[in-house]
Write a protein that binds this ligand. Structure first.
Ligand code: ADP
Length: 419
């Protein structure tokens, strides 16, 4: 089955076309026929795409909205230009969408029916920055490919629906949860699930034996404690703001600070929340950038004090979460690093792990330095009882596989790990 995977944001559309089926899933031989992204939708869009030959090509087009972007994309995929073997829209058999918020309603990937689309719309209240755009992607794909092509929603929150009540509730008056569903949901679920699934393959374990801590360190960052192949705890909460220090988000903070900053700076609560989301984290502390690559260069080349401090805070928070999860889980077999920073920044991995020797994690410096650019591998020493690995995430592949399974009425086991 050829699956078009769409990840629709406010002005960006990321996509892949993946050919998958049961035997490809079993042998890890799914084929990526095309991938790329369309940026600056709403104006003169910048389009970067690669076909089956892997050759990068750039285009520009006036794309006024998501519908125009998906239409352009489908046209390109089925054209000769794309160097894919697809020549007609009928060869796109299904569409898999990344949907950020599935609330408490969705613990698995599901086929999009009018009822499911309505539920995603209802959850805009919980994810105002994401769900409207995901929905626009769904409607655009329906328009471009017609109602006959099945569409599947894969939720960022679904994997974390296995959290127990004591882990997902905030210690606030219980009626606030009952009335407004104020609780921790967790995000990045597809990434954590993808990494944990890959770990099953690497370690040859059954799902029940998977006991790992996964760290997704990209622009957004989150940690996940996975026991028995299921999410037991995760660092993001009601929104993606909670938890680790991120590119522009503060992560954990005393909520009393919000009102204090609002009154001192003459800001509304909404402005303070936006400050915590988009002007904090690595950017806020360093005053320079949210890009870890640039921060590392500043610290190294200019010995910049605040760049160094931002890096220190980033690593310290991540290490604290690992420690907390080791306690909550009663120990783990491995810590798995993914995301742009997790996969490419050996210095950051070493700094996070330094101080976890007590837990049995010893970094092999040479192995660590050799892991970047999307390579998978272990960087803890042979004698470590808590292993450390880089396991690159592949959310699009998981979305394609889930889509194939849902459309074929196969069990997705999407709230846990697919097999
Ligand atoms: P997103 O969460 O938007 O998908 P990514 O997973 O691509 O983001 O991660 C982006 C982050 O990864 C940025 O902070 C970037 O600086 C960092 N990064 C990418 N490559 C490197 C590298 N070689 N060294 C250090 N950091 C890197």
């Amino acid at each position: 089955m050829n699956v078009l995977v769409l990840n629709a944001g406010s002005a960006t559309l990321k996509f892949q076309v993946v050919r998958t089926d049961d035997s490809a899933i079993a042998a890890d031989t799914d084929v990526k026929l095309a991938r790329g992204q369309i940026e600056r939708i709403g104006g003169e869009a910048v389009i970067t795409v690669r076909g089956e030959d892997g050759v990068l090509s750039r285009h520009s087009a006036a794309l006024r909205d998501m519908a125009a972007a998906v239409e352009w994309l489908v046209e390109w995929i089925t054209s000769r230009d794309s160097a894919t073997s697809l020549t007609s829209r009928a060869e796109l058999h299904a569409v898999g969408h990344r949907v950020v918020h599935g609330g408490e309603q969705f613990s698995k990937s599901v086929r999009i029916t009018p009822d499911v689309a309505f539920a995603i719309e209802q959850m805009i209240e919980l994810a105002p920055l994401h769900n409207p755009h995901n929905l626009a992607g769904i409607r655009a794909a329906q328009r471009a490919l017609g109602d006959g092509v099945p569409q599947v929603a894969v939720f960022d929150t679904a994997f974390h629906q296995t959290l127990e009540e004591h882990a997902y509730l905030y210690a606030i008056p219980y009626p606030l949860y009952r009335r407004h569903k104020v609780r921790r949901y967790g995000f990045h679920g597809t990434s954590h699930r993808s990494v944990a699934y890959r770990w099953r393959r690497i370690s040859g374990s059954d799902k029940a034996d998977v006991r790992v801590i996964t760290l997704h360190l990209g622009n957004g960052c989150s940690a996940c404690a996975i026991v028995g192949g299921e999410s037991m705890d995760t660092s993001m909460g009601f929104t993606p703001l909670e938890g680790l220090v991120m590119g522009t988000r503060s992560g954990d903070i005393d909520p009393a600070v919000l009102d204090f900053i609002a009154s001192k700076e003459g800001l509304t609560m909404h402005q303070v929340e936006s400050l915590l989301n988009s002007q904090s984290g690595l950017l806020g502390v360093s005053g320079l950038t949210n890009d870890m690559r640039d921060l590392l260069a500043e610290a190294r080349e200019h010995n910049d004090r605040r760049a160094t401090l931002a890096i220190e805070m980033f690593c310290y928070r991540a290490r604290k979460y690992i420690g907390a999860y080791l306690a909550a889980m009663g120990g783990a077999d491995a810590v798995l690093f993914a995301g742009g920073i997790g996969e490419n920044a050996p210095e950051i991995r070493a700094k996070i792990c330094d101080g976890l020797q007590w837990a049995g994690l010893h970094v092999d410096a040479a192995a660590n330095a050799a892991l970047h650019g999307g390579n998978e591998g272990r960087f803890s020493s042979e004698d470590s009882t808590l292993q450390a690995w880089v396991v690159p995430t592949d959310e699009e592949l998981l979305i394609a596989r889930d889509t194939y399974r849902v459309v074929g009425h196969r069990e997705t086991d999407a709230s846990a790990l697919s097999s």
